[in-house]
Design a protein around this ligand. Structure first.
Ligand code: DHB
Ligand code: FE
Length: 286
C-alpha cells in the first residue's frame, strides 16, 4: 500500500527560478528568502519520497483559453520544462509516475471528481520553482512527480471546499494503490499577490499568517472560505492559495488519523510581487 507521509506548501514566483538559475541567491534581496528554504532542502534529502504529487497551476503555458480543465492529472512518463518567453529554465526534465497517476485518475474519477487526463504537457514555473526551492540544483530531480494542475487563472475557479474534498479523494486513492510507495503531496502558489489593475502590488501579511495558522489547525474551517475572500484579502492571484487545500485535504488528520507535526514554517515579503509562505507538515509514522 502507498502512504502519504508529508505535505509541503510553498509559493512559486518566476523570479525565484531566475535568481537560482542566474546564481543570485546570495544577493541581499534574495538571501533571506533562500535562507528560509535551507532547512527544507536538507529535510527533502533526508525524506526523499518515492513520488511527489505536485498540485500547481499552469499560467497559460500548457493550457490556453482554447481549453481550460479545472483539475488535470499528468499521467505521462515525463514533462519538459516550458519555454515561458525567455527560453526553458535550465532544470532537469521531470520524470512522471504513470502507474500511480493512472491509479489516482481511476480512483478519484470513480469518487465523482472529473479529472482531465493529460498524457503530454510542458510544465511552467508553477511546477519547476517549487521543485527548485525544495531540491536545489541537482542534475536530475530526486524522485518522480505527478503534476496535478488546477485552474486558478480563468474564472470560474474551483472553491476551497472542492479542493479540500479532492485532497481527501486523493488520500483514499493513494491508500488503495497496490504497491509500497512513500508519497508526498505538495500544494503550491500564493500567498497574497496581485499582478494587475489598481491594486497591483497588494500584500496582506495578516491574512497570510492567519491562513497558515488555520491551514495547520482548522483546515476544514478554512475550506469554507468563499473564493471572493481570497481575492479581496489576498489579491487576484492570491486565489492560487485554494490549491494548498488539496494537499491539506490529503493529510491523515482530516481522514481519520492523527494530527500532523509542523516541521517547518516560513514567511517572507517580498519576492518579486509576492508574499512567500512555506510549510512542511509530516504525518505521524503510525
Ligand atoms: C509573480 C507571481 C506569480 O504567482 C506568477 O505566476 C507570476 C509572477 C510575481 O510575483 O512576479
Ligand atoms: Fe502564479
Amino acid at each position: 500500500m502507498a502512504r502519504i507521509s508529508a505535505s509541503v506548501f510553498t509559493s512559486h514566483v518566476p523570479a525565484i527560478g531566475a535568481a537560482i538559475d542566474m546564481d543570485k541567491t546570495h544577493e541581499p534581496y534574495w538571501q533571506p528568502l533562500f535562507e528560509g528554504y535551507a532547512f527544507s532542502k536538507t529535510w527533502m534529502k533526508q525524506h526523499t519520497p518515492d513520488v511527489v504529487i505536485l498540485v500547481f497551476n499552469d499560467h497559460a503555458t500548457a493550457f490556453s483559453l482554447d481549453m481550460i480543465p479545472t483539475f488535470a492529472i499528468g499521467t505521462a512518463a515525463q514533462y519538459t520544462p516550458a519555454d515561458e518567453g525567455w527560453g526553458p529554465r535550465p532544470v532537469p526534465v521531470v520524470q512522471g509516475h504513470p502507474e500511480l497517476a493512472a491509479h489516482i485518475a481511476q480512483s478519484v474519477i470513480q469518487q465523482d471528481f472529473d479529472l482531465t487526463i493529460v498524457n503530454k504537457m510542458d510544465v511552467d514555473h508553477g511546477l519547476t520553482v517549487p521543485l527548485s526551492l525544495m531540491c536545489g540544483q541537482p542534475s536530475a530531480w530526486p524522485c518522480p512527480v505527478i503534476p496535478l494542475a488546477v485552474n486558478v487563472v480563468q474564472y470560474p475557479v474551483p472553491s476551497g471546499q472542492r479542493c479540500f474534498n479532492l485532497g481527501k479523494a486523493i488520500a483514499k486513492a493513494v491508500s488503495s494503490f497496490d504497491g509500497k510507495l512513500n508519497v508526498h503531496i505538495w500544494g503550491t502558489g500564493g500567498m497574497s499577490h496581485q499582478l494587475q489593475g489598481p491594486r497591483a502590488g497588494l500584500i496582506n501579511r495578516q491574512f497570510d499568517n492567519a491562513f497558515l495558522d488555520k491551514l495547520i489547525a482548522d483546515p476544514a474551517g478554512l475550506a469554507q472560505m468563499p473564493h471572493i475572500d481570497y481575492v479581496r484579502e489576498a489579491g487576484s492571484e492570491g486565489i492560487e492559495l485554494v490549491m494548498w487545500l488539496i494537499a491539506r485535504g490529503a493529510m491523515a488528520d482530516v481522514n481519520g488519523g492523527a494530527a500532523p507535526e509542523v516541521k517547518h514554517r516560513f514567511y517572507h515579503v517580498p519576492a518579486s510581487n509576492t508574499a512567500v509562505g512555506h510549510l512542511i507538515l509530516e504525518n505521524s509514522a503510525q
